[in-house]
Design a protein around this ligand. Structure first.
Ligand code: PLP
Length: 365
């Protein structure tokens, strides 16, 4: 394959173990939504479990089914579903944010394991503080009747990266109230979880019983300015398929946004925005060719980019690394995110479906 994403399961396993050590006794849920942040959900889940993860987190029923079909047995929590389309998934826990959703689950006719979600300030999923007591009353009633089991109480942070944000402390306090009310409503010994990657690493009061790690699992440092020693798990690379020598004044790619200012070698790399190279990185992004960083020049096309290789002896067949762990000087996904004005999550999950995910090293794909 010309453009491929090499995925390093050992990096994911080691990142999981590092997160577990840092989380000071909390268990770890590996968040493998969106095809394992673009890395391949099944492979990531296996590596994370090997590294000590005891839960898996997904958003949709289809994602949960993919893991079970691959024979993965770890407990799974699934958190996005609609009450008028109840996911009938034996052996998968579901998140519940409303009494309406609880009543819908009770109609399945077999006991469902649920994690009640409190909105402590993100204003996305979860029941608000005003709705929470009613949700607890309905949950306690349906649990007593044998329709559900409340396995967890959880919430999600709005700005875990920034420990100085007062909103973070308001969320911790709100979560404390939500837990106390659950205990008073007779919800006994639920699994308590709040932290994402950043909170797991640098916010001890958010850790509780379980931390939910996404981006850190994939080796991206989640706290600005801090290095915990995570290792990027994906290398996105391609193959030069054509080179040409051009003279000064040569316009390059659509619209001629770039014009060569000297004689140079242009190298054609078959990866474009359909593969996840954002158009916005034009004029900023670099790739590693022949051990050197060289700029992508001109507009990013759907299927290809042009690299200004200068006077490097680049040939068709040479490797071009878009991003990786950085060991050989190649850019990292964090740099790509900066160039694109986004976060690494969007770069990783934006890698297109035609890019095969290959086991490293040298796996066939
Ligand atoms: C995506 C997600 C996570 C993982 O967050 P990271 O910042 O990538 O660690 C955790 N919890 C929930 C609810 C999520 O949606």
């Amino acid at each position: 394959m010309l453009t491929r994403a090499l995925v390093d399961p050992e990096a994911i396993e080691r990142n999981t173990a590092l997160l577990l050590r840092a989380a000071g006794g909390a268990a770890l849920m590996a968040v493998v939504k969106a095809n394992g942040f673009g890395h391949g959900a099944v492979e990531v889940a296996r590596a994370a479990v090997a590294g000590g993860a005891s839960w898996l987190g997904v958003t949709s029923a289809a994602e949960a089914r993919e893991l079970r079909a691959a024979g993965i047995r770890a407990p799974i929590l699934m958190w996005l579903w609609a009450p008028d389309d109840v996911p009938d998934l034996a052996d998968v826990d579901v998140s519940v944010s409303s009494a309406e959703a609880l009543e819908a689950l009770a109609r399945i006719g077999r006991p469902v394991s649920v994690h009640l979600k409190a909105d402590t300030g993100l204003s996305r999923g979860g029941a608000t503080a005003a709705e929470w007591p009613h949700l607890l009353t309905v949950a306690a009633k349906l649990q007593a009747a044998g329709f559900i089991t409340v396995r967890g109480i959880w919430s999600h942070l709005a700005n875990a990266e920034n420990p100085d944000d007062p909103a973070l402390h308001r969320q911790l306090i709100a979560f404390g109230h939500a837990r106390a009310e659950a205990a008073a409503a007779g919800i006994v010994d639920p699994l308590i979880h709040l932290a994402n990657s950043a909170a797991a690493l640098h916010l001890p009061p958010a850790r509780f019983d379980l931390v939910r790690a996404g981006i850190a699992l994939y080796g991206v440092e989640p706290v600005p300015g801090r290095v915990f020693g995570l290792r990027p798990a994906m290398t996105l690379e391609s193959t030069v398929i054509l080179t040409k020598r051009v003279g000064p004044g040569t316009g390059v790619s659509y619209g001629h946004d770039h014009v060569a200012d000297r004689e140079t070698t242009l190298a054609l790399v078959p990866a474009g925005y359909a593969d996840g190279v954002p158009r916005r990185v034009a004029g900023r992004a670099e790739v590693l060719i022949h051990g050197r960083r060289r700029p992508i020049v001109g507009r990013i096309a759907m299927d290809q980019v042009v690299v200004d290789a200068g006077d490097l002896p680049v040939r068709a067949g040479d490797r071009a690394v878009l991003f990786g762990p950085g060991d050989a000087g190649e850019p990292t996904v964090a740099e790509w995110a900066d160039w694109a004005g986004t976060n690494p999550h969007e770069i990783l999950t934006g890698i297109g479906p035609r890019v095969p995910r290959c086991p490293r090293p040298g796996g066939a794909c």
